[in-house]
Design a binder for this molecule. Sequence first.
Ligand code: S3P
Length: 439
Amino acid sequence: MKPVLSPKSGPLSGQIRVPGDKSISHRALMFGAMALGTTRVTGLLEGEDVLCTAAAMRSLGAEVEREEDGTWVVTGRGVGGFSEPTGVLDMGNSGTAARLLMGVLATQSFTTFMTGDASLCSRPMERVMKPLRPIGVNFVSRSKGRMPVAIQGTDEPMPITYELPVASAQVKSAVMLAGLNAPGKTIVIEPNPSRDHTEKMLTHFGADVVVEENETGGRVITLTGQPELMARDVVVPTDPSSAAFPVVAALITPGSNITVEAVGMNPLRTGLFTTLKEMGGKITELNKRVEAGEEVADLQVEYSELTGVRVPASRAPSMIDEYPVLAVAASFANGTTHMEGLEELRVKESDRLAVVVESLKACGVDVIEGEDFMTVNGNGQPALGGGEIKSRLDHRIAMSFIVFGMASEQPVTIDDGSPIDTSFPGFIDLMNGLGASIR
Ligand code: S3P
């Protein structure tokens, strides 16, 4: 346990760069390990979640090395070329790593055992196992579809068509990755588009992926199985979900003016920035450009008097990891911020809806929790703070309430800041470099 104290900060200023995108980093290692040849990855997030994926790829027979300059070099085994690991794969805290790998391993003809930390072992895996079973894989899990799990992959995979009941890039990706090693066409239909990094990066590695919009605004993704994936270099953009923390900190800390460089601006990831701008947040996108196939921009952010807004449920997939820090911004805004369509928050690294509400209350905020919504009433004044927050193995809860303490009247304490390393190593030093006094 690493307790953290976050007292009121002076104005934030300076130019920073946040670490690489977590979603893209996992995929770069996995797809590199399934490609023929050597893939070089720059800008990889060296957070604990991604290091679990690197270790899993090694256990499956790929070569994964870090060079001195920070480039990661992956020599792959080809689609269907992995070998049976001798030990148990430990996916740590990472739902993305566990769920995507279940898809990959469903169509490898051997048995894999997989586990994770207490948070991961409490998260629902049936959402991934259910669509994968018709492909031919057998899963043996703890009751209610919880990990640890044994994955008995099939050597006679069937391609499937699956319509997602929840907007989930992880479920979509698991089905696509299983389909990679199945003959014929695997089709995934998503009613409300979620992040499309798997589609983009598989195409980059040479797979045949066709994405079509349907009449209701959803997407139909068709993947042709058993391609030869070829090694490709990957440049990982920085993570908008990590940029979210300094951006909100600057918006709510009086006198602040910061620039966050080269933030990934994939339109399926930027719902938070749209919402903060609607609230009156002064966020200016500078130097918009495309780097290695992903849109990026430098974000200049100034302290702003925020106003409450209604955030539609349709926006949830594009900001699903950002609601905890949005709720913090809403606590410093004037008026009511109503967020709906939040049912997925209940199955993240923690039950983020319950934990955010409980933590905001501990900091003196007027907040209402519904089954799938949250309403935060701000009065435009600095919130009280003073809460003692339990981070519950959830990196985004820890960082959100550190940001809260930077602008509230009284300091906020976090019982354990160590989960931050899963996605944002160096977070506290970076924020202190901008002018915070977190310790
Ligand atoms: C992710 C998808 C999202 C997100 C997670 C990363 C991904 O999860 O919350 O942090 O990389 O595909 P769901 O797909 O379960 O919504």
